[in-house]
Design a protein around this ligand. Structure first.
Ligand code: ADP
Ligand code: MG
Ligand code: ZN
Length: 476
C-alpha cells in the first residue's frame, strides 16, 4: 500500500528582548549558572509577574508578518506540571486566547511551484530552566527560566521533509528579518517539535501522530521525519496499533525513542493566570507595530527579480542576506549594471568572504569601490581580467580602484597605433604560425591575440587587438 506523510511543526523561538518575560532579569545566553535570576523567575512564594510589553509587541509583529489575525483580547494561562525545570510548578502560557491565529507561509519549490502552509496559532510563554545530569547528581540552571518564547503552531499541511525544511527556513528568515529573534538553532533560540503521521494514500482521515521533541537542526528534522515515517509504515504493515505518543530524537543512532504516550500524559489543568490582567490590544498599537515591519525576504526576492531583472537564482542568493542585498542596491545605484554587480558579488567577493568567514560589511570594500570598478570596466578603461586583479587588491588594502589602476599603470591601452605596432611585431616574428594559419589552421587566431595581450601585459584593449589582428592577417 502507498502512504501519505502528514507533518505539523510546533516551533519555539526565544525572543530577543533585553529582559525576561515577567521580570527585569537579563535574557543573555550563557553566563554563570543561576546568576540571571530573581525571586520572580525563581518562582519564590509571593513573587508577582509583570508582563514585558516588548514580548506582546514582538508577538503582534510576528503575527502580522505571518499573515495572522491578532486577538485583541488575549490572556495568559497557567499550564500545571511538576518537573524540576519549572520553578513555579506551572508555566505561564496561553491556552484558549492566544495572541495570533490563522496565518500562513507560502513555500516555493525549486521548479517555482508554491504551496501554502497554514499557521494555526502563535502564543507567548516563558521558557523553563535547564537541567544538567552529571555523575554527581542533577543540577539546575535557572538563567533560561523566564526567557520569553513564542510558540508557532502550524497546521498539519506539510507532506514531506522537503516541505518541512522549506517551511522552517522561511519562518526563520521572516523572524530574523523582523528582528524578534536571532533564531540560532545551535544555541536553542529556535527549537522545533515535529508531529508526523502516515495515512493510506489519498485518504481524508489523518493517521495517528507521534510528536518528536526538540529537534535542533535541519539535518535532524529531515532524518527524524525519514525514520519516523518508515517506523510507522512498518508498524501498520505488521498490524500493530499506533498510539499518540511523545518521542525523542536519538542523534547518535539516528532513531526516535518513545518517551511517553499521550494518554498517560499529564492533565495540564489549564486555568487563567490570576496574577496578570487580560490584555486589550488597541488597533492604533497594531498599526504602529505594522509600520515597523521591514520588507520581508520573499518580498525583496520578488522585487529584485522585477526591478533589477535578475535571474531567480541570483535574486535568491543576493537576498539571502540583508547586508548583501543592501550592498547590491547601493552598488547598482552607482554603476547601473545590476547583472555585473550580481556576478562580482556572487563570484570573487563571495569567495573571499567564505575564505575569511566574514560578512560583506566586514570587508574593506564599499559599494563605491565595486561601483567604480564596474564603471572602469564598462568604460573600456580596464579589461575584465585586470578588474579581477584590482578587486583582489581592493579587498586586501581598501584602496579605491582608480588609485590602484593609476599606481600600477593598469589603464587599458586603446591607442590603435601602439597596438598596431604590437600586432605587426607578433605576425613578423612568427612566420611559421602565419603560414599554418593561411593553410587553414584558423584557430591560431586566438593564439596571435594572446601573444599581443601578453606583450602588453594584459593592458591592450582586446577588442581593438582582435580588430587590428584580423585586418593585418588578411593583408598578408
Ligand atoms: P499538542 O499540544 O498536543 O502537541 P497541538 O494541537 O498544539 O497539540 O499541536 C499539534 C501539532 O500537530 C500541530 O502542529 C498540528 O498541525 C500537528 N498535527 C495534528 N494532528 C496531526 C496528525 N495527525 N499528523 C501530523 N501532525 C498533526
Ligand atoms: Mg505539541
Ligand atoms: Zn528574574
Amino acid at each position: 500500500m502507498n502512504y501519505d506523510t502528514v507533518i505539523g511543526l510546533e516551533v519555539h523561538v526565544e525572543l530577543s528582548t533585553k529582559t525576561k518575560i515577567f521580570c527585569g532579569c537579563t535574557t543573555e545566553f550563557g553566563g554563570q549558572p543561576n546568576t540571571h535570576v530573581c525571586p520572580v523567575c525563581m518562582g519564590l512564594p509571593g513573587a508577582l509577574p509583570t508582563l514585558n510589553k516588548r514580548v506582546v509587541e514582538y508577538g503582534i509583529k510576528s503575527g502580522l508578518a505571518l499573515g495572522c489575525s491578532i486577538n485583541k483580547v488575549c490572556r495568559m494561562d497557567r499550564k500545571n506540571y511538576f518537573y524540576p525545570d519549572a520553578p513555579r510548578n506551572y508555566q505561564i502560557t496561553q491556552d484558549e486566547f492566544p495572541i495570533c491565529r490563522d496565518g500562513y507561509i507560502d513555500i516555493e519549490f525549486e521548479d517555482g511551484t508554491k504551496k501554502r502552509i497554514g499557521i494555526e496559532r502563535i502564543h507567548m510563554e516563558d521558557d523553563a530552566g535547564k537541567l544538567l545530569h552529571t555523575k554527581a547528581g542533577s543540577l539546575i540552571d535557572f538563567n533560561r527560566a523566564g526567557v520569553p518564547l513564542l510558540e508557532i503552531v502550524s497546521r498539519p499541511d506539510m507532506s514531506s521533509a522537503e516541505e518541512a525544511i522549506l517551511y522552517l527556513e522561511k519562518l526563520k528568515g521572516i523572524l530574523t528579518c523582523i528582528g524578534v529573534s536571532d533564531c540560532k538553532m545551535e544555541q536553542g533560540s529556535l527549537r522545533c517539535d515535529l508531529n508526523v503521521s502516515v495515512k493510506p494514500a489519498g485518504s481524508e482521515k489523518l493517521g495517528v501522530r507521534s510528536e518528536i521533541k526538540n529537534l535542533n537542526s535541519f539535518k535532524s528534522l529531515e532524518k527524524a521525519i525519514e525514520y519516523e515515517v518508515k517506523r510507522q509504515i512498518e508498524a501498520i504493515e505488521n498490524g500493530e496499533k499506533l498510539f499518540v505518543e511523545t518521542r525523542r530524537w536519538d542523534e547518535e543512532n539516528l532513531r526516535t525513542l518513545s518517551m511517553r504516550s499521550k494518554e498517560a500524559a499529564n492533565d495540564y489543568r489549564y486555568f487563567p493566570e490570576g496574577d496578570l490582567v487580560t490584555l486589550n490590544i488597541s488597533d492604533e498599537w497594531i498599526e504602529e507595530i505594522r509600520k515597523t515591519i521591514p520588507e520581508l525576504p520573499h518580498e525583496k526576492y520578488v522585487r529584485f527579480i522585477k526591478q533589477y531583472n535578475l535571474p531567480k537564482y541570483d535574486a535568491n542568493i543576493i537576498t539571502s542576506s540583508y547586508d548583501v542585498a543592501d550592498f547590491f542596491e547601493e552598488t547598482v545605484d552607482i554603476c547601473s549594471d545590476s547583472k555585473a554587480v550580481a556576478n562580482w558579488i556572487m563570484g570573487d567577493i563571495s569567495a573571499f568572504m567564505n575564505e575569511k568567514n566574514i560578512g560583506i560589511n566586514d570587508t574593506k570594500i564599499t559599494p563605491q569601490h565595486l561601483g567604480n570598478l564596474i564603471k572602469l570596466i564598462n568604460d573600456g578603461k580596464i579589461s575584465n581580467a585586470i578588474g579581477k586583479k584590482v578587486l583582489s587588491e581592493m579587498l586586501e588594502n581598501g584602496k579605491m580602484p582608480e588609485t590602484i589602476v593609476e599606481e600600477k599603470g593598469l589603464i587599458q591601452n586603446s591607442d590603435e597605433s601602439a597596438i598596431l605596432d604590437m600586432v605587426k611585431n607578433v605576425l613578423e616574428s612568427n612566420p611559421d604560425n602565419v603560414a599554418e594559419y593561411k593553410n587553414g589552421r584558423t584557430n591560431l587566431f586566438g593564439w596571435f591575440v594572446g601573444q599581443v595581450m601578453k606583450m602588453s601585459k594584459g593592458k591592450a584593449n582586446p577588442k581593438i587587438v582582435s580588430k587590428l589582428m584580423k585586418e593585418e592577417i588578411e593583408k598578408m
